[in-house]
Design a protein. Structure first.
Lengths: 468, 367
């Protein structure tokens, strides 16, 4: 690791990188030709190529958002980004067939081991495309489709065409337009009616190359009465130049379906993470976003749920850690369009070493949505006098039968808590790590145990030297 | 550059700025066309007395300054517009150092005609102790009020602005700074007008100063009330509370956006804001955006909350079981909800007077 990179990364454990062995690497920069080339390379149907081109033009014409961290956003050099890089020969179903250097990377990240122990399926994406993909046979035999998005489009074009861009249109925002123009990889999941996927399925996203842009696209359709838990993780090497991650996730939860989408985002602090995630919930469906943002230079991500069906429910639990040079601008959005819909948002953030944590949320209750219930809680801890914490919640209530509550607080770690723990024999660092893990506990208890343990270790590492 | 040129050169804000999201400038501009300047400006009638009608003492002066005073605050499109149309000069109200008044002061602002703009400058001297009610009763179609103020060290000052407009629109722009150890209550009592856009900002730049902002807004019919309240803690050991109650009936819409900022170095700040909305009809809408920006970690606390809900059925049942009609019971609950912040705005004398206005407002409107 270079000294520059070390400055950027600190104790970031996933900050190593492998030599680049690209089989195809596009020149840096974006143009209509690049968009067409990606589509042609993937041998896509014409409608997808046309959609990509339309999205590209929309991206070019759309101004950069003026809210959030405009200073960082305006510094993104889109011409310095590589929009497509293929490292393997294709998507393998056996780890032994994955190129050795890439397999070694995922071994170090513990993915094959986790797959054997507790996962129902795995997609591993390296740069622009999936290099490994598998699903348990019993799930496959029940009709569960779990593919990388490129194969999903090839093998289930009718389903993809029906749902693609139906929840997040390309015109939604500048970065959804960018993703629609240059998307590559991601997951495609279909869970048939009544099928309950008991073990989580996981996607792991790794950026290895410098100045890389990763634009995965995920589409999950959970049919009536079905359920699934999808887990995603992401890391990247620490370079002194920036990389761009701009994903779009669309979820459709049909009547009575249940989906939990868990993310532990641990990009290195040279990655811009600009993501649009949105779910559409039909009657009595439940959508849960469990969202952890630990890494990246700038994250702008507001998982959203559109409660379209009566009795549907949304839950968002998110935590964000902002360290040196980081800005986590995260939050949640819930649109109550139908009656008797409920939502609950819990957001926790910690800012340290000059980091900035922002909660940005939106609750909308439509005029015809009777008897909705909304509860939003945001808590923030600022650990030193260099850091910053903001909350920007918006509540728009147009129905008089709605009961909504929102509360937020910003505070520092209580000296009394630290004193109490130290009087029981803990060092200051241990006491701080315990308090922070306790603060994040509502999030970690919702994660699969292996993730929760790893996250606790990660936070303990981040907290070292935080007092003094 | 004169005031008109200054306004015309001020860029029209984008709706992406949340200050202008719910009431864009063209919606509150008198003609709807930002480049238009009103052809005729109506004069304002300004009177200042004590609430009980007694004459002013030597400790308070009211004067009109025609010269343009140095602008301490950054102008935006709203303030630049009011400055451009407030051609009669600035009303300066000066309370002497150490002055103590038993009775609240009543400043009445009236106007007839189409468009009226007024600038008011408050200067409350050190250790003064007084209350001021500013009553806007204009009969003009559009009223713009720009208030700036400095509250001196150790002063105690209760200030309420009452909107008793008829079918008029109100643009209010306010910047007040608080000195060392001052204790200030600022209230907004909205029971009139058809549209209000208010941008109210308070600067806590004196160590140990204490600010309580209360709002009580009654919206009915198709009223549109948009209040933005910003409290900046710049000095250490400062305290602020913002309590905003809005009741919305008919097809009305109330918007409350709050911003609490704790600047770096404002150690020991204690700050909180709460927006409560009572929704009285299915077509009413209440929007709350309570924001926080905290750049200092050594704070006592910094929080916000918002709650929306209908009239409580149990409270209705209780009152109806004691013989009240449905409308009577609802009226009592609304009055109690609004009174919760009105009673915190100042002294008993002030509260009693405001309560009378609340009753008049509720009688005048149907819900």
């Amino acid at each position: 690791m270079s000294n520059d990179a070390r400055d950027v990364v600190g104790d970031y454990k996933a900050g190593w990188h492998d030599p680049e062995n690209a089989t195809i690497r596009f020149d840096n920069g974006l143009s209509e030709q690049v968009v067409r080339d990606i589509s042609e390379l993937k041998n896509e149907p014409k409608w997808m190529t046309d959609l990509r081109v339309k999205s590209y033009h929309h991206f070019v014409n759309q101004p950069m958002p003026t809210w959030g961290n405009s200073e960082i956003l305006n510094n993104i050099d889109f011409d310095a980004v590589t929009y497509f890089l293929r490292s393997g020969k294709g998507t393998e179903r056996d780890w032994d067939d994955v190129p050795e250097d890439i397999k070694r990377t995922f071994d170090r990240l513990g993915i094959p081991e986790a797959e054997q122990k507790w996962l129902g399926g795995v997609t591993a994406q390296y740069e622009s495309e999936a290099v490994y993909h598998s699903i348990r046979e019993d799930l496959e035999s029940q009709g569960v489709i779990f593919l990388d998005m490129d194969r999903g489009l090839k093998e289930h074009e009718d389903i993809v065409k029906q749902y693609f861009c139906s929840v997040v249109p390309y015109q939604d925002n500048k970065f959804s337009a960018l993703n629609t123009a240059v998307w590559s990889g991601g997951s495609f999941i279909y869970v048939p009616k009544g099928v309950s996927v008991e073990m989580p399925v996981q996607a792991y996203f790794r950026i290895n190359a410098k100045n890389m842009g990763q634009f995965e696209r995920t589409l999950i359709i959970v049919d009536e009465g079905a359920s699934i838990h999808y887990v995603e993780g992401c890391t990247a090497p620490a370079y002194s130049t920036e990389s761009l991650h701009s994903a779009v996730v669309e979820i459709i939860a049909h009547k009575g379906a249940k989906i939990r989408y868990s993310t532990v985002q641990n990009w290195s602090t040279n990655v811009y993470n600009l993501v649009t995630k949105r779910a559409l919930a039909y009657e009595n469906a439940t959508v849960e976003w469990v969202d952890g943002n630990i890494g990246s230079k700038l994250t702008m991500k507001y998982p959203a749920v559109i409660l379209k069906g009566e009795g549907s429910h949304a839950e968002v639990i998110s935590v964000a850690y902002s360290g040196k040079g980081q800005h986590q601008d995260a939050g949640a959005k819930v649109h109550h369009l139908a009656s008797n819909t409920t939502s609950k948002i819990l957001s926790k953030s910690i800012s340290k070493d000059g980091g900035r944590g922002s909660y940005r949320g939106l609750i909308q209750v439509a005029n015809k949505a009777e008897n909705c219930r909304v509860n939003v809680v945001c808590d923030a801890l600022i650990l030193d006098d260099e850091s910053q914490s903001d909350t920007y919640p918006t509540m728009e209530v147009s129905n008089s039968t709605c009961r909504s509550e929102h509360e937020a607080s910003v505070s520092k770690v209580s000296d009394e808590q630290v004193f109490y723990l130290m009087s029981r024999g803990h060092t200051e660092d241990e006491a701080m790590a315990l308090i922070v893990n306790g603060f994040f506990e509502p999030f970690t208890r919702e994660l699969p145990m292996e993730y929760a343990v790893e996250l606790n270790k990660l936070m303990a590492l981040e907290m070292e030297g935080s007092i003094g | 550059m004169n005031a008109v040129e200054s306004y015309l050169s001020t860029p029209v804000p984008d709706r992406a700025q949340h200050l202008w999201r719910y009431t864009p400038w063209r919606h509150i501009h008198p003609s709807g066309a930002p480049s238009d300047m009103p052809e005729e400006i109506s004069p304002a009638t300004v009177t200042l007395t004590f609430l009980d009608g007694t004459e002013l003492t030597n400790d308070i002066t009211i004067s009109v300054a025609t010269e343009t005073s140095e602008n301490e605050y950054e102008d935006d499109v709203a303030s630049a517009f009011i400055r451009a149309i407030a051609t009669d000069g600035t009303i300066k109200i000066n309370v002497n150092e150490g002055a103590v008044f038993e009775q609240p002061l009543l400043l009445t602002l009236e106007s007839e005609g189409d468009v009226c703009g007024l600038q008011v400058e408050l200067n409350v001297g050190r250790n003064a102790d007084c209350e001021l009610i500013t009553m806007i009763e204009s009969g003009s179609n559009w009223f713009g009020l720009l208030r700036t103020g400095i509250i001196g060290e150790g002063a105690k000052f209760n200030d309420v602005v009452v909107n008793r407009l008829g079918a008029s629109r109100l643009l209010r722009w306010e910047r007040i700074s608080l000195g060392h150890d001052s204790e200030v209550k600022i209230g907004t009592f909205g029971i009139g007008g058809i549209q209000t856009k208010a941008d109210l900002r308070y600067l806590l730049n004196g160590r140990g100063c204490n600010l309580i902002v209360n709002g009580s807004i009654f919206s009915a019919g198709s009223q549109h009330n948009d209040h933005h309240i910003e409290i900046l803690h710049e000095a250490p050991d400062t305290f602020s509370r913002l309590n905003w109650h809005s009741s919305c009936a008919g097809k009305s819409r109330t918007i409350g956006t709050g911003m609490l900022k704790i600047a770096k170095g404002a150690k020991g700040s204690d700050s909180a804001q709460v927006f409560n909305n009572l929704l009285l009809s299915r077509n009413a809408e209440a929007d709350s955006i309570p924001e926080l920006e905290v750049l200092e970690n050594e704070v006592v606390g910094c929080g916000h909350g918002t709650a929306n809900g209908p009239v409580d059925e149990e409270q209705m049942f209780y009152l109806e079981s004691r013989g009240f009609t449905e409308a009577g019971a609802k009226g009592i609950i609304i009055a109690a909800f609004l009174n919760a912040t009105v009673k915190e705005m100042g002294s008993k004398t002030m509260h009693s007077w405001l309560n009378k206005q609340l009753s008049l407002g509720l009688i005048a409107d149907t819900y």
